[in-house]
Design a protein around this ligand. Structure first.
Ligand code: NAG
Ligand code: NAG
Ligand code: NAG
Ligand code: NAG
Ligand code: NAG
Ligand code: NAG
Length: 927
């Protein structure tokens, strides 16, 4: 297994701020970082976790503590921070689009000999994660968050001390391998861990790494802290086994957790449990495996009872039946259930059951809403990046919340905005950062006493500016006259620079404190004549521009509108355009004579394909250009008019990922379309022809083909006005050129889509296996129907299986969608990956599988747009390329997967409506 180096940025601010980078190497698991805050050494603990210090690079603010019975080295030290109005951030590198667990722990140990129990906030980027309230000097407070990384770094910040000083004992980052925690809300919410309980545990000790390869901590159900897991029903018994428990994916509870359970001998199991962070909406799953020997006449059937939630009790658990055998995992749960802080839950046997309920483990996480942070955040982050070696640029987290960076002031009314930037005396070089001119809430700007040079930019984007300090720099050039137009400007300091030219008169007339001494070439007055002329000259130009702008504003939309209407009419009824349409076609499209075509194809000698619209022949024009000639079946277009209509449309569509239309011919009752010839045939042949059987194209190539095809579709959807819906996207309509670049064909033979609204058409057109079920039922055609078909293509690329097959998908399933969905939902992604694929990164496979699932959602509005799909394909390609770059040095383990879980039990096939996070209806699902 390889060694992953993670750069950990530690921020420490005091009167003289100090920022340092640290390398922590972990050898146990990729994506593990274990920081011993305040520690001095690298060490491996008795579990095999490798801890890294931070104090060899940080001066001050470390405390040693000693707790009775606490022998772990990482809890002998801690790091603390002043109780001020700043934030102190750890920044860690992560892999985007990967799920992680982040755990922060806090053991006070009376480090400051104060016995004032600290209370402070921890945030995750701009999101308030938790308020840490210490209530016992010797008890470890733990906070855990499960998140999907969206940026290459994360920041964990301590701030806002209400009492005592903020401190931290450990920070642990654990990378997940699959997506048990995948949920449809994860772009807006994190999962904050509330309870993870191992029932029937043999001792008080929690179970974690290496039993759990992801180092989740499974608390023992014997750890009965005050109010924690109490009210245990009489007759509760412990059972255990040594037989391995079968599970279909990696991220299930560890064997040791599943091999123990509690059983309600009197017919019920009941508990009361305090749920940290609740009331609220949560993710709650239970884990069952039948580990008792049941007699032949015995049954174990039970229900979950929650006070006030009768719906929950409808589902009956029968572990053996649900898991299809003994020693097999069954994991039903709720993706969105509303739970109270004090949770009373009970499992009760059904009246016809001979055995009481059994429970192995459970996990409850609360949805924590992400905060967007300040609107200006990205600008300042970009600015900081340009000064990445400067201390002030390393503060981490959001520029404004929970506490602003030391050189930033913000206001939150009405929305979070940066109001002041103070970088006086900082080592700023080069020109004034352009990002600053885009902070539209800025009131004060302090850039004095730095080494800035170049000219002063246009600050007219910052209409609220009151004070500008630019004195004592190396600024050159003229003062922009736009400064005079800042309505609120009250103070402008530009003394001791190298500014030249004339002072804009507007500035001199303004009610303003202005100091511009020490700019030897800056003249106060100047040639008023010339000045006026410039103004006049400028106003003439401005007037001309203004007139032009007004004209185009009035005229252009009209022109566009006409154009659009014309096209819509083309698509819907050609009647009114009879006379002009032939002209329209010839105006745009090249006409081939039948003689030319017969010559080129040697009288239709070589047939290279056939499809819904006709037969395709190979041809070569006189100039050597190779062509594909499609003779349309007679009934495709009833008349000349309709044909011309389609042709005129076709000739207007050009994109590198669409097969190029060269011209047409209509003679002797034949309607013929001429296209560029694509040397490498169709994707369908490439994937399924008996000779190659997909072995010719590796995963990266498949991704590139997917990207190309998606770009072609994106152009049809967004680049054409009105947009075009392909309606018949499939692997036989994706063609490959000489260089294996992919292009979409057979577009535009379908009707134009009508702007905006969906389109009601009388005939459902498409190919079985690719056809959007929603379109089939409603006949409402939208771009999302193409997205559905594209999802099917993605599944084919992953699996190397055709969309429809009589044998491959099992008894009752002929369709790749059902087959792939069942596998992916049950966590067995490996079960669908094309055996011909040898070399791929599992993360990239993930992204595509996840996206494919989204594309084949039953309802169009739940599917992503094709542009969103492209983003994920690009992410996946980036991962594969990065892997290819480090080929040889990389570890094989992460590249070849065995079993992965995706999506848990997203109820894709049957859900009637999109469940929102506020929806308190609890829906049980099972994985
Ligand atoms: C800890 O390990 C890292 C990486 O192996 C190394 O760079 C660093 O010097 C070590 N620190 C100490 C204090 O040994
Ligand atoms: C903590 O303990 C170490 C060694 O045990 C010692 O070198 C260090 O000075 C102590 N630090 C503080 C802040 O007391
Ligand atoms: C420490 O451990 C001993 C023996 O295991 C026990 O008797 C004692 O109560 C423990 N002390 C604390 C403070 O937990
Ligand atoms: C600090 O916490 C207090 C109390 O929760 C809150 O009112 C205040 O807004 C917080 N300050 C910041 C900067 O978040
Ligand atoms: C203008 O700046 C110069 C140089 O810093 C300073 O000496 C002078 O006092 C300032 N003038 C006023 C009116 O503040
Ligand atoms: C992560 O995934 C790979 C590939 O499926 C697998 O071999 C490995 O065991 C997994 N790691 C863990 C900790 O489950």
């Amino acid at each position: 297994m390889g060694t992953v180096t993670v750069r950990v940025l530690f921020l420490f601010l005091s009167s003289s701020a100090l920022f340092l980078l640290m390398d922590v190497s972990t050898a146990q698991m990729p994506g593990f970082v274990s920081l011993d805050c305040g520690g001095a050494d690298n060490f491996t603990d008795e579990l095999g976790l490798k801890w890294g210090p931070d104090n060899h690079i940080i001066t001050g603010k470390i405390a040693n503590i000693s707790i009775p019975n606490e022998t772990r080295k990482q809890y002998k030290t801690l790091r603390y921070f002043p109780a001020d109005n700043k934030k102190y951030c750890y920044t860690l590198n992560v892999i985007t689009r990967t799920r992680y667990l982040i755990r922060a722990t806090f053991l006070y140990g009376n480090f400051d000999n104060n016995n004032v129990y600290p209370k402070f906030d921890v945030s995750f980027g701009p999101t308030h994660w938790a308020t840490i309230v210490i209530s016992d000097a010797n008890t470890i407070e733990v906070q855990e968050l499960i998140f999907l990384a969206t940026d290459p770094t994360i920041s964990i910040c301590l701030s806002n001390a209400s009492t005592g000083k903020p401190f931290i004992s450990t920070l642990e980052l654990r990378q997940f391998n699959g997506s048990v925690y995948y949920n449809e809300f994860e772009n807006q919410f994190y999962l904050s861990v509330s309870a993870r309980i191992n029932f029937g545990a043999p001792s008080d000790a929690p179970l974690r790494y290496p039993d759990d390869p992801f180092d989740r901590i499974w608390e023992s159900d014997r750890m009965k802290k005050a109010n924690y897991l109490v009210d245990v029903a009489p007759g509760t018994d412990i059972v255990s086994t040594t037989t391995p428990i079968y599970a279909s994916h990696d991220e299930t509870p560890p064997q040791k957790v599943m091999q123990t359970a509690v059983v309600g001998r009197n017919g019920s199991l009941s508990y009361r449990l305090n749920l940290d962070g609740f009331p609220g909406n949560g993710w709650a799953f239970t884990y069952f495996a039948e580990i008792e020997n049941l007699g032949p006449s015995d049954t174990r059937k039970f229900r979950l009872l929650l006070p006030g939630q009768p719906d929950v009790s409808k589902a009956i658990v029968n572990i053996q039946e649900n898991a299809q055998g003994r020693y097999r995992l069954y994991e039903p749960g709720f993706y969105n259930i509303s739970l109270p802080f004090v949770l009373n839950f009970r499992f009760e046997k059904t009246s016809d059951s001979t055995m009481g309920p059994l429970l192995n483990a459970m996990e409850i996480n609360k949805y924590l809403e992400k905060s967007d942070g300040s609107a200006d955040g990205p600008l300042l982050v970009a600015l900081s990046r340009a000064y990445s070696s400067a201390e002030w640029a390393q503060e981490g987290g959001d520029p404004c919340i929970p506490a602003p960076w030391s050189w930033v002031r913000c206001s939150s009314d009405p929305q979070l905005r940066i109001t002041s930037i103070k970088l006086s005396g900082k080592n700023l070089m080069g020109t004034i950062p352009i990002e600053l001119t885009k902070l539209d809430g800025l009131v004060e700007l302090w850039l004095d006493n730095t080494s800035l040079s170049g000219s002063i930019p246009d600050f007219s984007g910052c209409q609220n500016l009151k004070k500008i300090h630019l004195e004592n720099n190396q600024l050159t050039g003229e003062l922009p006259s736009s400064l005079a137009h800042l309505p609120n400007l009250k103070e402008l300091y530009i003394q001791n620079n190298k500014l030249s030219g004339k002072m804009p008169s507007g500035l001199l007339n303004k009610d303003l404190f202005l100091n511009y001494t020490g700019n030897s070439h800056l003249q106060k007055g100047g040639n008023v004549e010339k000045h006026k002329k410039i103004i006049i000259g400028l106003s003439v130009v401005a007037a001309v521009l203004l007139i032009a702008a007004i004209a185009s504003y009035i005229l252009l939309p009209k022109l566009k509108k006409n154009h659009k209407q014309e096209k819509i009419q083309h698509g819907l009824s050609a009647q009114r355009l009879v006379s002009s349409i032939g002209d329209a076609a010839s105006e745009f499209a090249h006409y081939f004579t039948l003689i030319e075509i017969k010559d080129a194809t040697k009288n239709f000698e070589r047939k290279i394909g056939s499809g819904g619209f006709g037969v395709v022949y190979y041809g070569r024009l006189k100039d050597g250009k190779e062509i594909a000639v499609k003779i349309l079946t007679n009934d495709t277009f009833q008349g000349k008019r309709e044909f011309s209509n389609e042709v005129s449309l076709l000739s207007r569509i050009h994109h590198r990922n669409l097969v190029q239309f060269l011209g047409y011919c209509q003679e002797e009752g034949k309607s013929i379309l001429v296209y560029e010839f694509m040397h490498n045939g169709t994707l369908k042949e490439l994937l399924y022809s008996p000779s190659t059987h997909g072995s010719g194209i590796n995963w990266l190539k498949r991704l590139e083909i997917a990207e190309d095809a998606a770009r072609g579709i994106e152009y049809l959807h967004t680049g054409c006005v009105p947009s075009i819906i392909h309606r018949d996207l499939k692997t036989s309509n994706i063609l490959l050129d000489k260089n294996m670049g992919a292009k979409v064909s057979d577009f535009g033979l379908s009707k134009l889509s009508v702007d905006g609204a969906s389109h009601v058409s009388s005939i459902v057109r498409g190919t079985l296996g690719y056809l959007d079920p929603e379109y089939y039922i409603s006949q409402q055609l939208t771009e999302k129907s193409d997205v559905y078909s594209f999802g099917v293509v993605l599944l084919e690329l992953i699996s190397g299986q055709e969309a429809i097959s009589n044998e491959k998908f099992g008894a009752n399933c002929r369709n790749i969608v059902q087959w792939a969905k069942v596998h992916i939902e049950s966590g067995n992604i490996q079960g669908i990956i094309d055996p011909a694929l040898q070399d791929y990164d599992i993360q990239s496979m993930w992204k595509i599988a996840e996206k494919a699932l989204m594309c084949i959602q039953p309802h169009g509005n739940m599917r992503p747009s094709i542009s969103q799909v492209i983003k994920d394909i690009q992410d996946a390609i980036a991962i594969e390329r990065a892997e290819a770059m480090k080929e040889g040095s990389s570890d094989e383990i992460s590249k070849h997967s065995s079993s992965h879980n995706i999506g848990g039990s997203l109820d894709l096939g049957t859900s009637e409506h999109y469940l929102s996070i506020d929806d308190s209806i609890a829906r049980p699902t099972a994985r």
